[in-house]
Every structure is written in C-alpha cells, then in structure tokens.
Design a protein around this ligand. Structure first.
Ligand SMILES: [Zn+2]
Length: 606
C-alpha cells in the first residue's frame, strides 16, 4: 500500500550523444547498463562524474567516471518531467538543462532533443524537486561510525526489515572476516518497529551468521549483538563488556562496547564510513547538510562516551581528506557547538570562563570554504542554556556566550522549544541587538516549536530565522491518547509569523535522517503508529517542501545558490520515485529519489 504503482515508478531513461530520438541513443551507452556492470563489480551506491571523482563505495570501474560529467562543458538535460522548481511562482516545467554544475535553462521545451556532448534523461513524467536541505543534523557523527555501517535501519518498519538490511549489506560481499556490520543511532525501535524492541541474538544470527553484528540505539544504547559479536565482546578487557544471553548490552556496558569498536577504527575505515554516509544521504535526497556537531569533546574515545561524543577538533578529518581528493558528493556546512557551562576551577570572573568558545571565535572563519564544504558559524549553541532560576552561574556563562558571539560579528543559534525558555533567548537577543547590533548577522533559533506570536514578532524584528522540529512523530502515544494537546511544533503559527521557518529531523542520534518522515509529520500530525499527536497543527505539502528547500537554504545563508530550480543556481535535483504532491499520505512518507543530482552530477540512482 505504501509502494507506488508500476505506472508511478517508471525509471528515468538516460541516453548520451547526438541522437535526437528518445528511443535509440546513437552511442548505445546507457547509464543503467553501466550501473548493472558496476553492481557486478560491487559498486553499491553512487555514480559520480569527473567533477567528483569517486563513488560512495568503490571506484574501480573507469567507465563510471567517464559518464555524466557537466564540468567538462557537456550538458545534462532532463526532459518530459513534472519539475517543481519551487521558485516564487511555484512554476512547474518539463525541461531543465545543467552545465558546469549550474542550471542553464528551466522551462517547457518539449521533446528530448540532444546533440553532441548532451546526456539526456527522459523523465517519462516523473516528479522532480530541488535537492533537500537539512538545516539541523549531526551528520558528521554518521560519517565517523565504526564498522561497516548500515544507516538504512531507519527505513525499517519491523525486525524482518532490519534483518533484510543487514543481510543485504553482508551480501555485497566486501566485508573481510572478523569485521563488524554495525547500525548505530537514528532509528528508534520503540517508535518505528512493529515489535518495539531490538532484535535478539538469534534474530541477528539469522540475518548475518558469519560476521559480527552490533546495533546501538540513539545516544547511549542499549546495544544488541549476534553470536560472533558476543564472542568478540566476551573477549575484550579494559574495560570488559557484559553481554546478556539474548545478545543485549545495557547501561554503561553498551558505551564500553562502542568504545572498543571506536579504538579499533583506522583512518581508512573512517574514509569508508564517510563515503557510506554521503551515499546514504544522497539515497534519501538530502543534498545539503548543516551539521550541528553535538556534545563535542576534546579527547580520544573513552569508555564513558556516548554515541554523540566526538572529538570536535578531529571529527572532520576524513571528510576533509575526501574533499581534498575532490571525492565529496554532498554539501556540508559545519556549525561549531561549544558546550562549556560555568567551570568553577576557572574562578568567578566571567572573563576567565568559556575558553573554547573564545579560541574558536579568534581562530576560525565563519562561512568560509567552497560550494561543497564550508564552515557555518555557531550552532546549535555557544554554551548550554540554563535559566537563572535553575543555575545562576550557568545562566551568566550562557549570557556571556551570546555577548562573545555578537561581539565577534558571528552568526549564533540556540535550541529551545518551550515558550518560557524561548523568552530568555528572545530577551538576550534583544539585548545583543541593543549592545552590538545583530540583525544583520541573521541569528537563528532551533526548534522554537511553541514560540508565542509575541515572541515570533520580536524575533522578526531581529531578522532571526527558525528551524523547527520535524521529528516529533517519534512520539509513542497509543490511540486513544492520554492527552489531546498537540506535541508540537505549532506549525501554522510558525509559518504565519512571516519569519523564515525551516524544518529539520535533527538526525542521526535521536532521530532518523529521512526528511520525508518530517514532511509527512508536518502535513499529517501522525506519529509512526498512525495516531494523531499534533491535532490542528498541519501545513500543506507545498509548505513542508518549501521549508525543506527554500527556507533551509535561507537558514544556511545559501538562498542565492541553493533551494530552487532556477537558472544560475547550483544544480541539485531529485527525480522522485512517486509524485510527492499527489500520492496518499502513507505513500508520501515512503518517497525516495529514483535519482539524485548534486552540483550537476548524478550521485545516486536507485
Ligand atoms: Zn540537534
């Protein structure tokens, strides 16, 4: 019921060369044929042209690198589409051309056409939208996961699906004996899977009997292993890890198990995980990422660390290395989070507090880099928020952090959802406007889910934009619900405020990465069990998609080159496997790209 009909899912057909007919490409080369041969060689994910010279998994087939370029002056042309440009007029056109990574024409130009140096994709009526932009994720954490990581578990609906994804990863045939298949963070077994629990040791053995398997849920576990995984952890020391007979690992032992996998990770392993993470986001259609760090630490892995604890000076190394090799194929903007509250050892003088934030502001550039990788600013917070009635010292440090960021002329963010907390944020921002002037810096508020109309109006005066929580579908209420209150966000109130309001999933620890889950929730209010948990707070599919494209582009300060299909903008598009705008709600939630294009390169094809 959730799958599109066969009529909906006609695959786009790709032809190359000068033949004008859509039926017989003159060269006889089709990308689909090349993909088939690539699959036989174990290439699992993406196709990338010379502009980005790698695939997600392996680049052993030179034919793959030889097709689909647009940076060599050739043209990628999409015809016969239902192309939703998301421009101001919400134009829907049938043809778009791409050259040198940018849209060069957008309009209604009829049939396929072609010519030398033209690769034509006949969309056969498929729906096309701009690449999705995620304005609040912790994606670099996904790129650092140890093991051969299977992010697809967030797409599972039951344990049979989980087993299927794990078995499919093993079936690729590239995992050396003794190396782990892992899946950590993002998925929520209680909210998402019919059985509302982790798989047992026996169930994981059924899926993968001959490689160790390790699952780790959200920030801190619990974890689950198969027999080979149990054998491994039964043998480790310093610290030891207690594995229960059913394969579960709970409490501090789950974090200790994570530690043992992390300390065995090589840099090559991290390069592979980074490529896999990029392939996964391309598969979901999220082509630009604003990373929000999270609970950064400044040391090597420790047995006490949670999944979200990573060394915030070293966690980008693999991504940076791939970027140096021109092998990144999704866009990353890096925000810096600083998590230092009041430190008693530094004494009572505020001037001695916040050492890391002070160093960051002195030694880093904001919004520096290129179209594929660049820094952002401070987010999702400069210091942990605390109300004065909760902890006066921490509040003073938090307030001082706002001052330091404003004084440096940087963009800043905070993450609060409740009106009583948002009030402190709005008041502090108003103070910063008065003391330093911040309205030209485009500060942000993450979540903001229950902001009042008064607070929204005051934020508007300060040119503050919001990125709101699309992940509350993970609520686990049964029908009938214990309360009739909406769990938020109050989407219509936010959208009617006149502020720029983006939408996010806040993956990849507490929530999945998939943006269609958030857009389904924003438009239906249904949790993953189909229960209405946000009554009266729905928005339209157009509004949800606008938030995930145009508004998130604004949130990233990239509205001039991303977010819509318009001549001159960077060419990021998704060819969808169904019509997002017209399919049923349950089908819309399962939307995936049939093809993903980033910077004019086809980086994923289903
Ligand atoms: Zn977050």
């Amino acid at each position: 019921m959730s799958n599109p009909t066969s009529e909906d899912r006609k695959a786009p057909e790709i032809t190359e060369g000068g033949h004008p007919s859509e039926s017989e490409p003159s060269t006889g080369i089709s990308r689909r044929d090349l993909l088939k041969s690539a699959a036989a060689l174990g290439v699992t994910a993406a196709v990338v042209g010379p502009g980005r010279s790698a695939t997600a998994a392996v680049v052993s087939n030179p034919q793959i690198a030889a097709i689909g370029p647009t940076y060599d002056g050739s043209i990628l042309r999409f015809v016969n589409g239902n192309i939703h440009t998301m421009d101001d007029a919400r134009s829907v056109v049938n043809t778009v051309t791409i050259q040198n990574g940018h849209f060069t024409s957008v309009g209604n130009q009829g049939g396929p056409g072609g010519g030398p140096g033209v690769v034509t994709v006949n969309l056969r009526g498929a729906t096309v939208i701009p690449g999705l932009i995620e304005s609040h994720t912790h994606f670099v954490s996904l790129a650092n996961r140890p093991g051969h990581h299977v992010a697809e578990l967030e797409l599972a609906k039951n344990i049979a699906d989980v087993q299927g994804f794990l078995a499919a990863r093993r079936a690729v045939g590239d995992i050396p004996e003794g190396e782990f298949i892992t899946a950590m963070g993002g998925w929520n077994s209680n909210a998402q899977w019919d059985e509302r629990r982790l798989p047992t040791l026996e169930e994981l053995d059924e899926a993968v009997p001959d490689r160790p398997v390790f699952l780790f849920e959200r920030f801190s576990g619990p974890a689950a292993v198969n027999t080979l995984g149990k054998d491994f952890f039964d043998g480790v020391t310093d610290p030891t890890v207690a594995v229960n007979a059913d394969g579960s690992i709970t409490g501090a032992d789950a974090r200790a198990a994570l530690y043992h996998l992390r300390i065995r990770q090589t840099f090559e392993d991290k390069l592979r995980s980074t490529r896999d993470a990029m392939a996964f986001t391309a598969k979901l259609g999220i082509t630009s990422l604003l990373d929000q760090t999270l609970v950064a630490v400044d040391d090597d892995p420790q047995p006490t660390h949670f999944l979200a604890n990573l060394n915030h000076y070293r966690m980008y190394d693999a991504w940076l290395e791939l970027h140096r090799r021109s092998e990144t194929f999704v866009r990353l903007q890096i925000n810096f989070l600083h998590n230092q509250a009041f430190i008693p050892a530094l004494g009572p003088d505020l001037a001695d507090q916040l050492p890391e934030l002070r160093d960051r502001l002195k030694n880093q550039f904001q919004f520096f880099g290129d179209a594929m990788l660049r820094t952002g600013a401070i987010g999702e917070w400069a210091a942990p928020f605390s109300r004065p009635d909760q902890n006066a010292d921490n509040y003073a440090v938090w307030y001082e952090a706002q001052r330091l960021v404003a004084q440096a002329g940087w963009r800043n963010e905070n993450s609060e959802g409740a009106p009583e907390d948002i009030e402190f944020v709005v008041s502090a921002y108003e103070d910063m406007e008065n003391e330093f002037g911040i309205s030209h810096l485009r500060w942000g508020l993450q979540h903001g889910d229950f902001a009042t109309p008064d607070q929204l109006a005051r934020l508007g005066e300060l040119n503050v934009s919001i990125s709101t929580s699309g992940f509350r579908w993970q609520n686990t209420d049964e029908d009938p619900r214990p309360s009739s209150d909406p769990v938020g966000p109050l989407f219509p109130q936010l959208m009617e405020s006149g502020l720029h309001v983006g939408l996010h999933e806040d993956g990849v620890h507490i929530a999945p990465h998939n943006a269609f889950y958030a857009m389904h929730y924003a438009t239906t209010g249904l949790n993953a069990r189909g229960v209405q948990v946000n009554p009266g707070q729905q928005i339209s599919r157009d509004q949800a998609l606008f938030a995930y494209t145009r508004e998130n582009a604004w949130y990233m300060n990239r509205e001039d080159d991303l977010g819509s299909i318009e001549v001159g903008k960077r060419a990021d598009i998704l060819v969808l496997d169904r019509d997002y705008f017209t399919v049923s709600d349950s089908s819309m939630r399962d939307t995936l790209p049939a093809m993903t294009v980033v910077d004019g390169e086809i980086v994923h094809e289903a």
